[in-house]
Design a protein around this ligand. Structure first.
Ligand code: GAP
Length: 440
């Protein structure tokens, strides 16, 4: 277990400001004064968020023969959420401050109103976090629908479809990335807890006797994923939930926690959901959701191990972990030391000046790299300023085209972290960048 991290409240402000200033994350509907803790992902943010999802998909689906993907509907009928237990139990305890009338989640405020300091509250009542809407033009009972609060249920309701179409047998998994919606009472800390967010979840179906072993396996696999992507070991720890704190479906949950600026908090949860969901849906729908093992002649309902993380929350953790300030050649700079797989741009092509002869070689270099890397192209300001701008958004490599390039057909490659610069022939540029990013 790692010790309590030093809290660094100004880091959250710095990253939030950088995210806004450099086009990662904007408050949504800002021209109308913003909208209740929702966010829009800007030109750099959308690249980075796609990268987070891509790296997750690559490790969970592309690199595995035992896991397949799914993209299920966001809207669902009440029957799903009745069977899953969400209609009844997906609630948070809501209290009103008797003095200032603000509403809070009781378990997050330690008995003191964060707004006015009062300690007098109404009795807590269960507030369901699901967004309710109506499907079709006619209002009424039969038209009620819910926005999914987790992607998981689509994987349980499609269990038989997947089993019969891809011929997998336990242990096997179904993975999904998609939007989820929760009417959080107190959304907070930038994109850490929002009402609309993106989830990356995988349901791994196993013989019940093997569930504990697979649970341990996925806890370690998921922790390693963050380490591999550059989060330091001392910024992560595992936290096993006490029995009393478990979600209604869980037999055991371990969180991967991250050292946020406000202290340790949840990054990802890895739950053993047992046979809860398949059993509930089989009972409610009348469709058998079990597995017949022909080798042992046994029919059983698999247990489910579920690693689940918000793509948006993971992106925030990667940004916080990558943020550094250092001094280069006597000048202070801000640098995002993002793994190249996560960086919004992997390469920036920078002509030394705006002169047209440089522009044509620079465009040639850009077009030659674009099929292989996400590239930025910047011709404004001094080269020093442009390096700083790229450092600040985490671009691992800058490729500078200068007047010598016209003669020697070579460019300068600058490394974000070391700021070291080397001359590389254009003909060898792709191989050189591939080698630097561990792709050859
Ligand atoms: N299917 C299991 C499930 O949804 P959860 O612990 O409620 O479990 C999984 O959520 C993950 O989703 C969390 O570990 C967190 O990364 C992310 N998450 C949950 N609520 C969120 C919110 N309101 N905003 C952003 N991310 C959230």
């Amino acid at each position: 277990m790692n010790s309590t991290p030093e809290t660094t409240p100004d880091l959250l402000d710095k990253v939030t400001n950088l995210a806004k200033r450099r086009g990662f994350i904007f408050p949504s509907a800002e021209i109308y004064g913003g909208f209740r803790s929702t966010y829009d992902y800007g030109p750099l943010g959308v690249n980075m968020l796609r990268n987070v999802k891509q790296v997750w998909w690559q490790s969970m689906v592309q690199m595995r023969s035992d896991i397949v993907g799914l993209d299920a509907a966001i809207l669902g009928p009440p029957a799903i959420w009745a069977a899953s237990g969400h209609l009844e139990t997906f609630t948070d305890p809501l209290v009103d401050c008797k003095k200032c009338k603000e509403r809070w989640r009781e378990d997050k405020i330690d008995g003191v109103c964060p707004n006015c300091g009062s300690t007098e509250f109404t009795e807590p009542r269960a507030f369901n976090l699901m967004f309710k809407t109506q499907a079709g033009p006619v209002e009424g009972e039969g038209a009620t629908a819910y926005l999914r609060p987790e992607t998981a249920q689509g994987m349980f309701t499609n269990f038989a479809n997947v089993l019969s179409t891809v011929r997998k047998k336990p242990p096997f998994g179904i993975a999904q990335i998609g939007k989820a919606f929760r009417n959080e009472i107190t959304p907070q800390n930038f994109v850490f807890r929002t009402r609309e967010f993106e989830l990356m979840e995988m349901e791994y179906f196993v013989p019940p006797a093997d569930a504990d072993e697979w649970h341990r396996y996925w806890i370690e696999a998921r922790r390693s994923w963050y380490l591999d992507l550059g989060i330091a070991e001392d910024q992560l720890r595992l936290h096993e939930h006490a029995k009393a704190d478990l979600s209604h479906y869980s037999r055991g949950t371990t969180d991967v926690e991250f050292a946020y600026p406000w202290g340790w908090d949840e990054l990802e949860g890895i739950a053993n959901r047992g046979d809860y969901d398949l059993t509930q849906h089989a009972k409610a729908s009348g469709v058998a959701l079990d597995y017949f093992d022909q080798t042992t002649n046994e029919r059983y309902t698999p247990y489910v191990i579920e690693p689940a993380v918000g793509a948006t929350r993971a992106m925030m953790a990667f940004l916080l972990a990558a943020y550094h300030e250092d001094v280069v050649e006597g000048e202070s700079r801000t640098v995002l030391r993002l793994d190249w797989r996560l960086a919004p741009y992997q390469v920036a092509v920078l002509p030394l000046s705006k002169k047209s002869e440089l522009e044509s070689v620079s465009r040639e270099v850009l077009e030659f790299l674009q099929p292989h890397f996400m590239c930025d192209y910047d011709i404004t300001q001094s080269i020093g300023r442009r390096y700083r701008r790229q450092d600040e958004v985490g671009t691992p490599y800058c490729v500078t085209v200068d007047f010598d390039s016209l003669e020697d057909r070579a460019v300068t490659v600058r490394d974000r972290d070391t700021t070291e610069q080397v001359r590389v022939p254009i003909a060898e540029l792709l191989a050189s960048l591939r080698e630097r990013t561990g792709q050859s």
